[in-house]
Each structure stands twice: as structure tokens, then as C-alpha cells.
Design a protein around this ligand. Structure first.
Ligand code: NAD
Length: 420
């Protein structure tokens, strides 16, 4: 029980048990530094005025400006935004980026808006939060149901307000507007690099391991494409409406093409006999690696005991609740946690920000090589910590991140320092 945010706090406490950190540090991390709630009026195409609830949270900025996406979803609320900002704080520390964590959201069903309404809403969000964000303060990015063009409108609006082009205020922009090459598939690629790097430790291999992926958006489609290209068999894929399953496998590119034409994965061509199944059936399907890549709280107390995959790569943020986590741990299932598995997205966002600030742009191989140079050593460090301390991988990732955050907070002095 408890809100998403109180559940996230439990992970902080679990990690703290394995570290000798000062209580002041934990107190500082218990609540966000600041959260702003706004209501955003937007003129609709029919002339009416609709007001949307919106938030932005800067959780902790000890290690640098806060960083995190903006989510458009009807169920977004302040608790969720704070939780996502908390996760971002730890994710940025996992990847050792010079950032704290932030997040934003608008309670809206973006699919019900016209393109012009979506642009007006995105610009209105920046008008409401312009003094809260900034290239050296808080740097948004895309998240669920926001994308490159939304970031382009937002960066443009911020530039108008600040009086000059300011591309470093936001990442995930189109390449033509200062986005980084390699940002589009960075989240999926990051998860792919982690999995491939830990293959021997996990006992998986392309030739023998079957993969089911929940979701078929940005994160999911790229990880499925990359793993399939290396020889992994993709046996399940899904979207918000349904899921498909075929023990003989499927080509994610063909499924992508089908989804582009029909708007859904149901009915997509596969290698053998396709079955259209439910999202829950996909999560509990017979496979070797399960990749939840849609949204939070998908593996919960009620279905965790039925999960058959021995390995879960968490590409979505928070797809497993703490109660489900305990069940998976008891059942010996290895979870590669979100704050490591999906850190590729924020890492290439960081590269984009660095390039914007420098005004000097890198080629794709350089971006991909730099991403690899971060993901592999961090995955290795977390795996080694897990083995050394005999803890699960999520706790190890939090311990790894918390030790970096704690060292930064404590570098300002602790009680012991001031009393000496
Ligand atoms: P997206 O909007 O591109 O895709 C979301 C996918 O989830 C879609 O395929 C949608 O059909 C599916 N979906 C939505 N509701 C669902 C439901 N109830 N059941 C099953 N599927 C459902 O989003 P994305 O950017 O790929 O993000 C997916 C997850 O990855 C989110 O948790 C996000 O926070 C996380 N993430 C994304 C990035 C990134 O760079 N895109 C980075 C880090 C983490």
C-alpha cells in the first residue's frame, strides 16, 4: 500500500542500510527540493478554453541542474511526477552524469488533441514554467506521449521568452534544431548494451534466449529491433490495446510497419502461428527475458507470482511495484533495474546538452561509443556490488547511486566536520 512516492522512499531506505551515510543526507533526500503545480488554460480549436493541470518537480540538485522528461498522460498527478523526479536523481547518479533529478507532467490525453492544440498546450507549459526551468537549472526532455516536435515547440517558446536561441534548455529535440544524433534509440540501446554486457553473468545468449517486450513505443521498439538483429528471438510484443505472442518469433521491424499502417500490433505478421493475447498474458508468458517497456506498476502483487521469465530488463520507469519485487526476489528472478536499464536515454540527453553548450556536434559513432563507455562500466559496477554484498540488482543500483549522491551532499560538511 502507499502512494508511488512513499513506495519509492522504501527503496532509498533499503539502499541506505548497506552504506554508512549521514542521517542528514537521508533527510535531505526524503522530499523534493521544490515542486511547482500550475493550471494551464489552452484555447481549443472550437473556441472553448480548456484548463489542464501541470507539474514540474526538481527533486535534488546537489550534483548539478535537474534533468528529466515531461509526460503527457491523463492519469499524471503530482505524486507520480515527484516519484519520477526521485528516480531521475538516482538514475543520473547511476550514470555519473553531472545532474540532479527532475520531472514534469500534464494531465492530458494527447491523442484527443489536434496538432495545433498540442502545440498551444506545449507552449503554454513553457510559459507557466519558464522561470522554473533553464539550461543551468532544470532541463526537460521527452517522456510518455511527448516527442521531438513537442520539444521543438517548447525550446522555441523558451527562446522567445529568454530573447535568444537557447537549445540547451531542453533535450530530445529534432537533430535539425540541436538534437543529438543517436538520441532516438538511446533508451533502447542503453538497455541492449547492459543486457549484452552481462550476458555471461546472466546465463543468456542470442542463440538460446527468447524475449517478450511489453510496449511498442520508443524504448520498446528499439530494444526489440537491436536484440532481434543480434539473433535474439522476440516472441512477444504489445501496445496499450493488446499483445501478440508467437513461440517461433517475429521481426520487430515487420511489426513496426504493421503498427504504422494499422495503428496497432494486433494482427501483425510473425514467423509461425501468432496468438493475440492480453497484456497480462504477455507479462506472465513463457520466455527467458521479459522487458516491460510501457509504463509503471505493471508487475504487481497480484501477477508477480505468475511471472515465468528468470530475467527482467526494466526499460520502463517503475514497472514493478515493491511488493511485486519482493515476490520476484523470492522466486529467484533477476531484475535489471530501471535506473540502470533505461539510463541510456538521459545519457544521450546529457550528450545533447553538452553539444548545445559547446556549439560543436558529434557524429553517430562517437555518440554510440560514448554511450557504451558509460553503460558498460556502470552495469559492471552494479553487478559486482550485487555479488559482493549478496543483494539484488535494484538495491545494488540504489547503493551505487546513493553513495555518489551522499558523497556530494557530505562534501559540504557533516555534523562531525562542524563539531571538530
Ligand atoms: P512511448 O509513448 O513511445 O510508448 C509507450 C508504449 O506503451 C506504447 O507502445 C503504448 O502503446 C504502450 N502502453 C501505454 N499504456 C499501456 C498499457 N496500459 N499497457 C501496455 N502498454 C501500454 O513511451 P516511451 O518513451 O517508449 O516510454 C516507455 C517507458 O519507458 C516509460 O515508462 C518511460 O518513462 C520509460 N523511459 C523512456 C525513455 C525515453 O527516452 N523514451 C527514457 C527512459 C525511460
Amino acid at each position: 500500500m502507499g502512494t508511488l512516492f512513499t513506495k519509492a522512499g522504501k527503496r532509498l531506505k533499503a539502499a541506505a542500510k548497506h552504506l554508512d551515510i549521514h542521517p542528514d543526507t537521508l533527510a535531505k533526500l526524503k522530499y523534493p527540493k521544490e515542486t511547482l503545480a500550475a493550471s494551464i488554460p489552452v484555447r481549443m480549436d472550437d473556441g472553448s478554453l480548456k484548463t489542464f493541470k501541470a507539474w514540474r518537480c526538481r527533486y535534488d540538485d546537489t550534483r548539478g541542474p535537474t534533468k528529466g522528461g515531461i509526460r503527457y498522460h491523463p492519469a499524471v498527478n503530482m505524486d507520480e511526477v515527484m516519484t519520477l523526479a526521485f528516480w531521475m536523481t538516482f538514475k543520473c547518479a547511476v550514470a555519473n552524469l553531472p545532474y540532479g533529478g527532475g520531472k514534469g507532467g500534464v494531465a492530458v490525453d494527447a491523442s484527443k488533441l489536434s496538432k495545433a492544440e498540442l502545440e498551444r498546450l506545449s507552449r503554454a507549459y513553457i510559459q507557466a514554467f519558464a522561470f522554473f526551468i533553464g539550461p543551468d537549472r532544470d532541463i526537460p526532455a521527452p517522456d510518455m506521449y511527448t516527442n521531438g516536435i513537442v520539444m521543438a515547440w517548447m525550446a522555441d517558446e523558451y527562446s522567445r521568452i529568454s530573447g535568444h536561441p537557447n537549445p540547451a534548455v531542453i533535450t530530445g529535440k529534432p537533430v535539425e534544431l540541436g538534437g543529438s544524433v543517436g538520441r532516438d534509440d538511446a533508451t533502447g540501446r542503453g538497455g541492449y548494451l547492459v543486457l549484452r554486457h552481462l550476458e555471461k553473468d546472466l546465463g543468456v545468449a542470442p542463440s538460446k534466449s527468447r524475449i517478450a517486450v511489453q510496449g511498442f513505443g520508443n524504448a520498446a521498439s528499439h530494444v526489440a529491433r537491436l536484440l532481434h538483429a543480434d539473433g535474439y528471438k522476440i516472441i512477444g510484443l504489445s501496445d496499450s490495446r493488446s499483445a501478440i505472442y508467437d513461440p517461433d518469433g517475429m521481426d520487430p521491424i515487420a511489426v513496426m510497419e504493421h503498427k504504422r499502417r494499422t495503428g496497432k500490433v494486433a494482427g501483425a505478421p510473425t514467423n509461425g502461428k501468432r496468438r493475440d493475447i492480453s497484456n497480462n498474458d504477455l507479462l506472465t508468458s513463457e520466455c527467458d527475458i521479459l522487458i516491460p517497456a510501457a509504463m509503471e506498476s505493471q508487475i504487481v502483487e497480484e501477477n508477480a507470482g505468475q511471472v515465468k521469465a528468470p530475467i527482467i530488463l526494466e526499460l520502463a520507469n517503475g514497472p514493478i511495484t515493491p511488493a511485486a519485487d519482493a515476490i520476484l526476489n523470492k522466486n529467484g528472478i533477476t531484475v535489471i533495474p530501471d535506473i540502470l536499464a533505461n539510463a541510456g536515454g538521459v545519457t544521450v540527453s546529457y550528450f545533447e546538452w553538452v553539444q548545445n553548450k559547446a556549439g560543436y556536434y558529434w557524429h553517430l559513432p562517437e555518440v554510440q561509443q560514448k554511450l557504451r563507455a558509460i553503460m558498460e562500466p556502470e552495469a559492471r559496477a552494479i553487478w559486482d556490488l550485487k555479488m559482493k554484498k549478496g543483494i539484488d540488482m535494484r538495491t545494488a543500483a540504489y547503493v551505487h547511486a546513493l553513495s555518489r549522491i551522499a558523497r556530494a551532499i557530505e562534501a559540504h560538511g557533516t555534523k562531525a566536520y562542524f563539531n571538530s
